[in-house]
Ligand binder design. Structure first.
Ligand code: DAT
Length: 172
């Protein structure tokens, strides 16, 4: 069977991972997996975070749940964290980045407010997820993508589709 790459889309909530991931899946035929949704459907939690009023992801169970699929290849994973996935899963990692004021508006529209809103904006300012990705994967496979405007989305799609096509040529 033809080998296909696994792509990780990560970054602060609201940067556009879901939008890019679903569109990319539609155009490449790769399978899109949203880890937040997967956890919700499978109840893959290990407690509750009172401060943020949200359940705590059971990372080990998420990894167990996904491992067979990841080994087969052809998966796009979307999550706002990346340090608990096995490094061997991914052939390329994209960290989406959004300007603060734009991200602020997007998160407000999502009804984030107070500490949750501030913490997510800070996460983006301190490029927390980019640093997490650089520490968790070979630096050569980690790329930042601007995700502010619809034009960015289109450019990112084209760039990633080209990369996927080249990877398939090189590996089959
Ligand atoms: P995430 O999955 O990272 O939380 P999302 O895909 O749900 O983010 O996008 C958050 C909002 O931003 C949503 O209303 C769509 C919008 N958006 C995403 N990418 C964009 C882009 N490149 N230009 C303009 N808006 C974008």
């Amino acid at each position: 069977m033809e080998k296909r790459p696994n792509v990780l889309l990560t970054g602060t909530p609201g940067v556009g991972k879901t939008t890019l991931g679903k569109e990319l899946a539609g155009r490449t035929g790769l399978t899109y997996i949203n880890v937040g949704e997967l956890a919700k459907e499978g109840n893959l939690y290990e407690g509750y975070d009172e401060e943020y009023s949200c359940p705590i992801l059971d990372e080990d169970r998420v990894v167990d749940e996904l491992d067979d699929k990841m080994n087969e290849g052809g998966i796009i994973v979307d999550y706002h964290g990346c340090d608990f996935f096995p490094e061997r899963w991914f052939h390329i990692v994209f960290v989406l980045r959004t300007d603060n004021s734009i991200l602020y508006d997007r998160l407000e529209k999502r009804s984030y407010s107070g500490k949750k809103l501030q913490d997510n904006i800070q996460c983006e300012i301190f490029q927390t997820i980019y640093e997490e990705a650089m520490e968790s994967y070979h630096k050569e496979i980690v790329h930042q993508l601007p995700s502010n405007m619809p034009e960015d989305l289109e450019m990112n799609l084209e760039q990633i589709m080209q990369w996927v096509e080249q990877w398939m040529k090189d590996n089959n």
